[in-house]
Design a protein around this ligand. Sequence first.
Ligand SMILES: C[S@@+](CC[C@H](N)C(=O)[O-])C[C@H]1O[C@@H](n2cnc3c(N)ncnc32)[C@H](O)[C@@H]1O
Length: 852
Amino acid sequence: MGGGRGGQKRGRTQRKHFKQNKENVWKKNKSSSVGTDGTTNNNNNPNSWEDFVTQNVAFEDYYKGQEIVSVEEWEKFLSVLHKPLPAAFRINSSGQFFEDIRSQLENDFMKNLEMEVSDNGEVNAIRPLPWYPHNLAWHSNYSRMQLRKNQTLAKFHEFLKQANEIGNITRQEAVSMVPPLFLDVRPEHFILDMCAAPGSKTFQLLEIIHQSTETGLLPAGMVVANDVDVQRCNLLIHQTKRMCSANLIVTNHEAQHFPSCVNKSILDNVKTGSGEDLGMSQLLFDRVLCDVPCSGDGTLRKAPDIWRKWNIGLGNGVHRLQVEIAMRGIALLKVGGRMVYSTCSMNPVENEAVVAEILRRCGESVELLDVSTELPQLVRRPGLKKWKVRDRGIWLASYKDLPKYRRFAIFPSMFPSGRTCELEMTETDNPQEDLGPSGNASEVEIQTGLENRLENDTIIDSEESENLAISDSAVDAEVSCLPLERCMRIVPHDQNTGAFFIAVIQKVSSLPAGFNKNSNQNGHSTYSDNKTKKDLSENIVKDTSGLETNFSVDSNHQQSVLNEGDLDTESLDKQSVLDEGGLIEEDREAEGAELHEVEDNGHEKKREGNRRLQSQGKWRGVDPVVIFQDEATINGIREFYGINESFPFYDHLVTRNSDVERVKRIYYISKSVQDVLKLNIQVGQRLKITSVGLKIFERQTSKEGSSSPCLYRISSEGLPLLLPYITKQILCASLADFRHLLQYKSIKFADFVDAKFGEDASNLMLGCCVIVLAKGSQAARDPIEVDASTIAIGCWKGKTNISVMVSSIDCEELLERLSVRLGNTKDSSIQEVKPSDVDTEAKETSTDDAGN
Ligand SMILES: C[S@@+](CC[C@H](N)C(=O)[O-])C[C@H]1O[C@@H](n2cnc3c(N)ncnc32)[C@H](O)[C@@H]1O
């Protein structure tokens, strides 16, 4: 389909890995609760989800103690947490049909479902989220499971499923839509999404940068979406594929060690002002989204298995990683840039404590922004200034209360003041030497394992629960002097949502020298509220990179990168499969091949400075990105489709295969992505790129396909971008013929309602072609003018027929969109084409080549 700015490509989200191991507690016929002894009791009530494990004493004690809501609100807070989460979704605002979809929701579904009463007695089954701009995000009073089961909502549910699959909407928890809105993204921004999988926020960011781009053009900005988990990266790739963006790079790094890409020689030229434009000198970002891994207790309503798993160690255990990731984010941010730190956890140790530590470490280089006037309809609460830390069932008011042998697990940065116990602890104090009764390092490692913490904490919590009343009253939490009230906490009972935490940070100047050394190897912050900002500002140096000093490129690594270029994952591609589902599988396998694990520990770099480098350079199993410059192929494509010279090809096409004879897929990249790729090559391929660009051309694989003068067909993802520039192999069809094509997939030339169209079609060259839907009174043979409302599909011109190269689901969705937009009234000129008229041979060609 064509004409839109963002794509309409189908992309199934791959959930296999998660479904295999994850139980759905709402569905189970068991009734149980976690008792004070930490064990689970089942009492077999098969009918009520409320009977599943939805209680956890440690959880309640903890959050009561932290006072994240007032005593009066506690019961309401808890009771909402026990209710399933209402479904929410977002309309893809860069999709071609977004206005139609919004109006369908406002005028059709919303009105029809007005009187539908939910289990909670609420009417108005769906409504726009008041704080989300332009009615683009919606809330339903029903959970996803309730939507599935309620017959009255069947049509709406079907609509949601299909629109989500196509990419017209994204199902996303309402609160998870908030962080990208506070990033203040503009189309020209370079954005880093540090922990991006499964990609709902990446999708949102891409939407924003594509939103106001004209048809056939690309925004100047781009998104780097990163995740450490290879399988989740695959999910991210499939999720973002629905967006069809040439402005995206997906990488697979530990965010806390996200590589620097600095070309020193260009940087020096830039500094001295000499030399012409040599390209990008370093990779820094205008916006960074730091949506870190967390304990996830804000998602309890959606993932109630967390009731059973929750323990204090989960939050304490990720605090340090969160600080490291956030600090790396700040380092990669341009001066003047904005970073949003967010979690789906309610825990101050994962939230305010992390933000406070960032502020302490960065001093005057960053500012925690007051965004209270932004999104005024979003109900949120100010961040806490006061909290306590709990370890093994004991509340701690400050770090000095911590037994020495627990210093490997609890850090000063977790406390409001961020203070070490300076008086007690000297510089030479090494907590590693005082790890516990045995001081045995391996024992310590075992103790830090999350699973182990889970058990220990649950049990100790219960064992010591009797002492809690005493320790609770004895503990008087420290108070932070930082402006943490500018952070935002969204709590479930304010707007019937999940919980979320968001902080917006601006980098106002370069980071202080040695900022990354503010914590020693054990995570002990050396800055505290006691250190004056003056101390910090005195240390500020002009860190043009803020990043680079810890890295030096290893020439052996560079060599191995080049050799790795020989890897060929495209050879792993299966031959094209006939059915649609098979093609999806083929895509998955191809991407899986790009992603299969990676690390070459033999090349792991030693700690340099304070940062341990992830194995860089030799990304085993990940094909290098190759700029496709085969002139014969490029010119052949340009000539066959009559692609206007104004469409920039040079240096915008990439593949994962350096053997031009075997290239199967060619991807298109924006100028912004091109700049990053060039820089990455200059610095020795430091970025481990798992996916890049927009699939624009695919090699024909069928017998008939290989006899076409052009070996490459236009992919449906690439069509919207290319459409305004195509001058050959393109025809305009009447509504009747266009609908027939979508309905029957393949039509003989003689069977088109418009005989002239059939004749023109028969005169096209054998191979891929584009059929555009005629607008209004436009005659099929008028010149084709493309704008944002133009609807087009990729087809195959065979010997006897035209066949669509669009998947069945895309055809169905497009038919639905046409009937919503143009009405169902049948054009009297439409003659029904009986399925028997469909050329079977041609139909096979169509599905074979319909690489969707
Ligand atoms: C809260 S989820 C991110 C959700 C995502 N932003 C979205 O909106 O769809 C956290 C992600 O962090 C990833 N992660 C965990 N540790 C990481 C690390 N050290 N570096 C990068 N990603 C990490 C996890 O794999 C997970 O996908």
